[in-house]
Design a protein around this ligand. Structure first.
Ligand code: AMP
Ligand code: ZN
Length: 651
């Protein structure tokens, strides 16, 4: 074998393991060395072969797109949105063919692409276009590393797949991008339609293939065989693929996808169900637009458009004024959304959001929905103005960077109420029954003004208030009293210091042991704590060097507060004493390696999720185990956090 062939084959093998199989077998350095050797060889010989990875860098800017006529037409998919509809669809096919085997796959939300191979080489890549004629995007697709340049199969064939940008790729891109990308689907489609292939290359796209549309001289009998064929020829196919003839099972599997799809590293807007046997597919054929043998079960959108009715400014516990959009209620992924966050006034201006604008609203896991941009501007829409007085106390406001703050937080009702609510919350002092509503009542009726007033409340005071019968008054006062004994880390967190969450509070205690230790630490000393930046360190330092704060803390002590200063065996930050389950694919290492590292650090590993498991590491496409861990309420971390715990950073 000549050196060029050897280099190309090795490089392509490494890339296939990295990009298609998510299972790297070579170090970046090793790859790079061989790659530069190949480039040098190509320059001296003037020969660039069809399968050379150097073709992927993205060449000249194109003048326009040529047309490509597909060998076999590309169809859209018929849709259904309820299990009732899906059941009817199954019944119709089963009434003709009896119990039929179906396949279930993700419906990738990207841009469809048709890959034409001739003599084993990628010859043309094209968009769907009108189904018959598409645009030639070969130069762009060449930059997508998961698309093989050459395949083992030498007959003519057309393979269809979806170009996507992974969520992780978008996050990575946005870290350094001058203009951040908002949505993975649009980012992928925009990159493919860009005339400059270098732009495409920079987006680090992927293609998941799912169909052979045309093939010369090979007989594939089923969708499952098709998938094997695609795998054998080095294409990237999804890990997730099921076959079953049980309609109930398939419906449950679709629901499973719906539950975990937020956690997948790519967008899925549904599931695709196909009759497995190609003989059945051929017989059923196509309507004008859709195949009759396949259907897409569409999930409800996580993004929707609606109108901004009003903007209110909420005062948070730090005194910050947070703009909140009041929306025309809209259904988003099964929930009605009537409010969305707007960050700050400069963000509002940048996105040109007005009262009356039609906007896109997006929801990600559990957090309050955000407005991603304007869908349509109404000419009568009115500008959103920043408040000049605090909406809670009517006092002045001050600006700091792009944010507005109440100028008198110590006297501001909303600030006090939410500070105390934070103090009482579960991970802080855990005062059962002391809700925000209750604290509001204390403020309005009992002249409750500072945190320490909590410990001055007597059940007799409460009995005079509406809705506080004997038991309730006693319970609340009992819970408040009980909070007088607490762990130091919980207390530090309860204070609500800017940027100090649960974890940071624990780290502070670990580093300085006692409250006095924390109080007397310098900003530089605090900054040495792992994951503490300069800003957090300054916040802590400032908090404990503020007379008012120290006085407030002393007052709590004089009312009986006692803190358990030394932390009992904290497991945060290590695996020692924990049973860990790995699920999904890790991009940085094989599972065996990950297990070894956990065990080296004193942890145990298990293969199945049970109540005795303490931690689940969820890689890409994590499935059942992740669902189960969620149900059992086990702590779940992603790969990034896992690497952090191992003290490994991905460069
Ligand atoms: P739509 O564009 O909403 O009509 O949906 C049809 C499109 O879904 C197809 O043209 C494909 O681009 C895309 N698609 C995504 N995943 C799959 C899949 N697993 N099987 C078939 N089509 C898919
Ligand atoms: Zn105020």
């Amino acid at each position: 074998m000549d050196r060029m062939t050897e280099l190309i084959e090795t490089l392509n093998k490494y890339a296939h393991h990295y990009y298609d199989l998510d299972d790297p077998i070579a170090a970046d350095k090793e790859y790079d060395a061989l790659y530069y050797e190949l480039i040098a060889l190509e320059q001296t010989t003037g020969e660039v072969r069809a399968d050379s990875p150097s073709r992927r860098v993205g060449g000249e800017v194109l003048k326009g797109f040529k047309k490509y006529t597909h060998k076999s037409r590309l169809y859209s998919l018929d849709k259904c949105q309820s299990y009732d509809e899906l059941e009817k669809w199954f019944a119709k096919i089963n009434s003709v063919y009896g119990q039929t085997e179906y396949t279930l796959e993700y419906k990738f939300d990207g841009l469809s692409v048709n890959l034409y191979y001739k003599d084993g080489s990628l010859t043309t890549a094209s968009t769907r276009g009108n189904g018959t004629v598409g645009e030639d995007v070969t130069a762009q697709i060449l930059t997508v590393k998961s698309v093989p340049l050459v395949i083992a199969f030498k007959g003519e064939c057309e393979v269809q797949g979806e170009v996507i940008m992974k969520k992780s790729a978008l996050r990575e891109y946005n870290k350094t991008a001058a203009e951040p990308l908002k949505n993975e689907r649009n980012a992928a489609a925009g990159a493919i339609r860009n005339l400059d292939p270098k732009v495409t290359a920079g987006r680090r796209l992927d293609v998941f293939v799912y169909n052979v549309g045309y093939i010369e001289g090979a007989t594939l009998k089923s969708q499952s065989e098709m998938r094997e064929f695609l795998k054998e020829n080095g294409f990237k196919v999804s890990d997730y693929f099921e076959t079953s003839c049980d309609a109930k099972y398939l419906a449950a599997a679709i629901e499973g996808i719906n539950e975990r799809r937020e956690g997948l590293d790519f967008l899925t807007d549904g599931a695709v169900i196909k009759a497995d046997l190609l003989s059945i597919q051929d017989e059923l054929g196509y309507t004008e637009k859709f195949p009759r043998f396949a259907v897409a079960y569409k999930f409800e959108a996580v993004e929707a458009a609606t109108v901004v009715k009003d903007v209110i400014w909420q005062v948070s516990r730090t005194g910050k004024l947070n703009p909140l959009a009041v929306l025309d209620p809209v259904d988003l992924g099964g929930a009605t959304v009537a409010r969305a966050t707007l960050s700050n006034i400069s963000e509002i201006r940048r996105k040109d959001i007005r009262i009356g604008s039609r906007v896109f609203v997006r929801r990600s896991n559990d957090v309050i929905p955000e407005i991603t941009g304007v869908a349509e501007q109404d000419p009568n829409a009115s500008e959103i103005t920043a408040p000049t007085t605090c909406p809670s106390c009517g006092g002045g406001v001050r600006a700091e960077n792009v944010f507005l703050y109440c100028a008198n937080p110590d006297k501001c009702r909303d600030v006090i109420v939410s500070k105390v609510a934070h103090y009482a919350s579960r991970d802080a002092m855990d005062i059962a029954g002391l809700s925000e509503k209750t604290i509001e009542v204390f403020y309005d009726k009992l002249d409750f003004r500072i945190l320490s007033d909590l410990y001055r409340i007597k059940s007799e005071d409460l009995l005079e208030l509406d809705g506080f019968q004997d038991k309730k008054a006693e319970n609340i006062v009992g819970a408040i009293r009980a909070s007088l004994t607490a762990k130091l880390a919980e207390f530090i967190y309860a204070l609500g210091i800017d940027n100090v969450g649960k974890k940071a509070a624990k780290e502070l205690v670990k580093a300085f042991k006692t409250l006095d230790g924390i109080k007397s630490a310098s900003a530089e000393e605090i900054e040495t704590i792992r994951d503490f930046g300069e800003i957090t360190a300054k916040c802590v330092y400032k908090y404990f060097n503020n007379e008012k704060n120290l006085k407030a803390i002393d007052e709590l002590f004089s009312l009986g507060l006692t803190l358990e200063e030394e932390e009992k065996t904290s497991v945060i930050g290590g695996f020692s004493g924990r049973t860990v389950v790995l699920t999904g694919t890790l991009s940085s290492m094989k599972r065996g390696k990950a297990k070894e590292l956990i065990e080296n650090m004193g942890g145990e590993t298990a293969d199945t999720v049970s109540a005795s498991v303490n931690l689940v590491v969820a890689g890409d496409s994590a499935g059942n185990k992740l669902d189960k861990a969620k149900k059992l309420g086990i702590e779940i971390i992603e790969e990034e956090e896992f690497l952090r715990m191992l003290d490994i950073s991905i460069s």
